[in-house]
Design a protein. Structure first.
Length: 194
């Protein structure tokens, strides 16, 4: 029986690569620890407020490309960047979005700063991702929606200029001193045998 357990353990050990062994499931980040903050006034006078009712938040940058023909191959060249995202809240109160619509009605393009954080207690090195996206504009505003028997949600799409994004904190893997490190992943290429 002992032999069978050892054989199973060896098979399990060989079936997993080194990254899987080092970064087990608990190291994967959970969205439950994500937070969204809105800065309504450029960070002055304590205008940064948490959006406690946020349910989802995402932001992405897309590389806009033009085709470039080289010989008989089609390649591409980045010609611009597009920033866009959206956040969804479980609707509790207006949060000033009716004022935003009034600004639009008077021809004003109101901007705000969004700050997204993700701080999972099981993150490598207990790190935190924190990204600040200034000068966000809202693309559309849902005036009202509801469905009987459901919690009301409001999804707010936004855009931003990618070159203004600031990575205030990132979760990094630091290798043991003396090891060669893959510059792309930050992971050790070789392991010292003790």
């Amino acid at each position: 029986m002992n032999f069978e357990i050892q054989r199973f353990a060896n098979a399990w050990d060989y079936s997993r690569n080194d990254y899987d062994k080092k970064f087990t499931g608990r190291r994967r980040l959970s969205g439950n620890y994500g937070r969204l903050y809105i800065d309504l006034g450029g960070g002055e006078n304590g205008d940064v407020v948490p959006v406690f009712e946020v349910n989802a938040f995402n932001a992405k940058i897309t590389a806009d490309r033009d085709d470039v023909i080289v010989g008989i191959s089609k390649d591409s060249k980045i010609v611009s960047l597009t920033g866009e995202g959206e956040f969804t809240v479980k609707y509790v109160f207006d949060r000033g979005f009716s004022a935003l619509v009034k600004d639009w009605q008077h021809g004003h393009d109101t901007r705000l700063t969004l700050i997204g954080t993700l701080k999972d207690p099981d993150a490598i090195g207990y790190g935190e991702e924190k990204i600040k996206i200034p000068e966000c504009w809202i693309n559309e505003m849902e005036l009202i929606n509801f469905e009987k028997g459901s919690v009301v949600e409001r999804t707010i799409p936004f855009g931003f200029a990618p070159e203004l994004v600031e990575f205030e904190n990132t979760i990094e893997y630091s290798s043991t001193a003396g090891q060669d490190v893959d510059a792309r992943t930050g992971l050790a290429l070789t392991t010292k045998v003790q």
